[in-house]
Structures are given as C-alpha cells and as structure tokens.
Design a protein around this ligand. Sequence first.
Ligand SMILES: [Zn+2]
Length: 116
Amino acid sequence: MKQKEIYIEPSLNLETQKMAVMYFAVKTVNEVQGFVYSEDEFLKKYKNSYMMNDLRTARFYAIYQVDRCENCRQSYELIINSRSQLSNYIQASHDICNVCLCYQASTENILGYRMK
Ligand SMILES: [Zn+2]
C-alpha cells in the first residue's frame, strides 16, 4: 500500500498547504514507506501557529493505493485523513475494498438475523 497523492483544499493559504504536505510527506527506505517527519517534529514546528488552527477545519487527505483487495483481488484507492487512521488500517490485518466491505456487512446482517 503506497501513498498516491495528497489532496489539499485549494482555498487554504499557502503556509497551511505546506504544513499539510509536510504532515503526509513520505519517504521510502528499503522498500518500506514511512513518514518524513515524526508527529513530534511536526508539533514542535507548528505548535501554537495559525496554521495549526487552520488545520482543524481544513480539508486535506492522502490517497493511498492498495494493490489488491483480499476478496475480489482488484486494486483500490483509500482516503486517509490522519496518521492514526492509517496506522489503524495497517494494523487491521486485511485489505478489503469498500464494495466487499458493504457486501460483508450485509451478509453479517442476514446471518445475524437468521440466528435469532
Ligand atoms: Zn473487494
């Protein structure tokens, strides 16, 4: 799973846009993609800034490409709003696309209903 692009609301001021880019900036070391700046570095740089305040309501996210869904085997894109969402996703052992997730949820509903 690799970061494909970063979307940043175009109406944001330039400094806030730069900050959003920094937040999601990635580098690849030994084929493992990681963030360039740690959460600490990020906070240290922007703490108490007006950009940090802008960020509360700013619309920005990273688009990740997942090579294939474990169920239907198609590649798909994933929108990630924060680093914690990304790490939650990575820790949840399987890659399932939204279509399969919906299908799975409805199957579980049916099974749940029948078991009652
Ligand atoms: Zn799928």
